[in-house]
Design a binder for this molecule. Structure first.
Ligand SMILES: Cc1ncc(COP(=O)(O)O)c(C=O)c1O
Length: 290
């Protein structure tokens, strides 16, 4: 029976024993950066370097400099994978300035936590039949970074839940669709893939999907999108590390292109997944892990 193991400051322990101080600034002031990534090929993390680079970019917004290495992280994930018995993991990596010491934001020794659980990707039907999304007007604070402050998305996801939708997409007060609460958004029109790059997280999945889509003959455009672009698209996709490429067949209750999953979503996801497995295994081999 698989069991969850987490790590606090590099030490792996049973999930129930993993705790941080009540004075942690992540808890007291909501100051933290995080990353989520899946493993492939039997516990090998995908794009670990990219995720750690983005974690440090996000942590720099609150003045936290790198304080552990990619080798530390790889060692922790390897140990968790061995001890937990989960075939593949969904890894959440969180870094905060640590326990409060002085003033409003004064920290001490920074904290890093690895929460690794069963991968829990969407079920096959979600990919075969597509999912519904809703849009809502809001802005995410520091949208180019992955800080732990996700409160702005709560209203959107509550709306999504009420309507049986999978995800909620942010629309700026100016009327531009920027991203999902936990995903990026892409639109296909003919052979064009269009995706916003303003007011959204530079997604690692989206960056990985680009060369795959281009190699299959699609053209990539970074541009603004409106709700109408989504309503009238041939295909809409959302991307995120664990979901990979998930087709959207309904936006705000309106079927996209008749409500069926388009051919590009299937082809791109299959090719992207293969590329992820290859690259996770190659990284592991380079690190002496496979
Ligand atoms: C707000 C937001 N945008 C986009 C993404 C997708 O990013 P990635 O592909 O790096 O997982 C995420 C992932 O959690 C997210 O939280």
């Amino acid at each position: 029976m698989p069991t969850d193991f987490f790590a606090v400051n590099g030490r792996v322990m049973p999930a129930a024993e993993a705790t941080v101080s009540v004075l942690d600034l992540g808890f007291l002031r909501g100051i933290g950066a995080f990353e989520t990534m899946p493993t492939y090929g039997g516990g090998h993390p995908h794009a670990l370097d990219e995720h750690l680079r983005r974690l440090w970019e996000s942590a720099a917004t609150f003045g936290l400099a790198p304080f552990f290495t990619v080798a530390d992280l790889r060692r922790v994930i390897r140990e968790i994978h061995q001890r937990s018995g989960h075939p593949e993991l969904r890894i959440n990596l969180v870094a905060t300035p640590g326990a409060h010491t002085a003033g409003v934001f004064g920290g001490s020794t920074p904290t890093w936590v690895v929460i690794a659980r069963d991968i829990h990707a969407p079920p096959p039907e979600a990919y075969e039949q597509g999912v519904a999304v809703v849009t809502f007007v809001a802005r995410r604070p520091l949208p180019e970074f992955k800080t732990t402050n996700y409160l702005s998305g709560k209203v959107g996801l509550e709306q999504a839940e009420k309507l049986g939708a999978h995800e909620a997409l942010y629309v700026s007060p100016e009327g531009y669709v920027s991203e999902g609460v936990t995903s990026n958004v892409l639109v296909v029109q003919g052979r064009r893939v269009m995706t916003p790059v303003i007011d959204c997280l530079p997604g690692i999945t989206k960056a990985g999907v680009r060369p795959v889509a281009e190699s299959l003959g699609l053209e990539w455009y970074e541009c603004r999108l409106t709700r109408d672009d989504l309503y009238t698209a041939d295909e809409v996709w959302i991307t995120s590390a664990v979901r990979e490429v998930l087709p959207v067949v309904k936006v705000d209750g309106r079927p996209v292109a008749g409500g069926a999953v388009g051919p590009w979503a299937r082809r791109v996801r299959a090719a992207y997944r293969e590329a992820c497995i290859r690259s996770a295994l190659a990284d592991a081999q380079r690190a002496g892990d496979a």
